[in-house]
Ligand binder design. Structure first.
Ligand code: ADP
Ligand code: MG
Ligand code: MG
Length: 251
C-alpha cells in the first residue's frame, strides 16, 4: 500500500473537498492514526501558510479537540496532517440528518463542543466550520472537534467555487457569509447544530443561495414550533446564539 512519511495507509476513512483522510499505522510504533492528505499540490507559499495553521492547531491541547500528532510535506508540495484516530467516526455518521436527540444528550454534546471552542477562541483561533461532520467520537465516547482552521488556508489558496462549500452554508453565520468570520461565528454555527438536534430540522433549508439569504435576513422559527416539549429557557438560549448581530450573542 501507499506510504506517507512514517505511516502506512490502511484504508480511506473520509473525503472532503480538498483532502482525503486515511486510517494509517506508524511503521515502527504500530500505532493507529488518521492521516489527512491534500489531494492537490500547493504553491510553496500556500504550503507555508498551511504549515503555520497546522502549528497553531498542534498547540491546542484540550480533551475535546482532536490532537494533531505530526505534520509533513510529501513531494515538497503535498501537506499531510497526522491526527489521533477517532474510531467511532463523526456525529453525522452516528446521527442521521433529521434525527431529534433527547435534550440531555444534545446538551452533553453541545457542552463539550462549547468547551473546545472557548479554548480555541482564547488562543485566538476561529474554527469557521463547526458542523456534525467535523465532530468525532472517541473510543471512550468523548466528543472531539476536528478539521480546525486548516480549511481557511485552503479556501484562501485554492478555489472557493467547489460544491463542498454549499454543504457548509447550513451553519454559516451572517457575518461569515459576508466574509468577516469571528469567534461569535462559531457560536452561531454551534447554535444551528443545537437547533438541528433539538428540533430534528435545521432552522434554514433550501439551496445554497436560499439558505444564505435566510441566515442574513430571516428570523429562525422558535424551536418549540417544532418541538413543544422543549423548555422556554432552552429555546431562548439557542435563539440568542442565533442572533444576526454577533454582538447580541453570548460573550
Ligand atoms: P475536510 O476538511 O475535507 O472536511 P476532515 O478533516 O473533516 O476533512 O475529514 C473528512 C472526514 O474524514 C471526516 O468527516 C471524518 O469522516 C474523517 N476523519 C477525519 N479525521 C478523522 C479522525 N481523526 N479520526 C477518524 N475519522 C476522521
Ligand atoms: Mg470536515
Ligand atoms: Mg475542512
Amino acid at each position: 500500500g501507499r506510504r506517507i512519511g512514517h505511516y502506512q495507509l490502511i484504508r480511506q476513512i473520509g473525503k472532503g473537498g480538498f483532502a482525503e483522510v486515511y486510517l494509517g499505522r506508524h511503521i515502527h510504533l504500530q500505532t493507529l492514526v488518521a492521516v489527512k492528505v491534500l489531494h492537490t499540490s500547493l504553491q510553496s507559499s500556500a504550503v507555508k501558510k498551511f504549515r503555520r495553521e497546522a502549528q497553531l492547531v498542534a498547540g491546542l491541547r484540550h480533551p475535546n479537540i482532536v490532537q494533531v500528532l505530526d505534520f509533513g510535506v510529501a513531494d515538497e508540495a503535498i501537506p499531510y496532517l497526522i491526527m489521533e484516530y477517532a474510531q467511532k467516526g463523526t456525529l453525522r455518521q452516528q446521527i442521521p440528518s433529521g434525527t431529534r436527540l433527547a435534550p440531555t444528550r444534545a446538551l452533553a454534546y453541545l457542552e463539550q463542543m462549547a468547551a473546545a471552542l472557548d479554548f480555541a477562541h482564547q488562543a485566538r483561533i476561529v474554527h469557521r466550520d463547526v458542523k456534525p461532520e467535523n465532530m468525532l467520537l472517541s473510543d471512550s465516547g468523548q466528543l472531539l472537534l476536528s478539521d480546525f482552521g486548516i480549511a481557511t488556508v485552503i479556501f484562501d489558496s485554492i478555489n472557493t467555487a467547489t460544491p463542498d462549500v454549499a454543504g457548509t452554508a447550513a451553519y454559516m453565520a451572517p457575518e461569515q457569509l459576508r466574509g468577516k468570520p469571528q469567534p461569535a461565528s462559531d457560536q452561531y454555527a454551534l447554535a444551528v447544530v443545537a437547533y438541528e438536534w433539538l428540533c430534528g430540522v435545521r432552522p434554514f433549508r433550501g439551496s445554497f443561495a436560499e439558505v444564505a439569504a435566510q441566515h442574513l435576513h430571516t428570523a429562525p422559527q422558535p424551536l418549540r414550533r417544532h418541538n413543544p416539549r422543549l423548555s422556554p429557557e432552552l429555546e431562548e438560549t439557542v435563539l440568542i446564539a442565533l442572533s444576526k448581530n454577533p454582538a447580541q450573542r453570548f460573550p
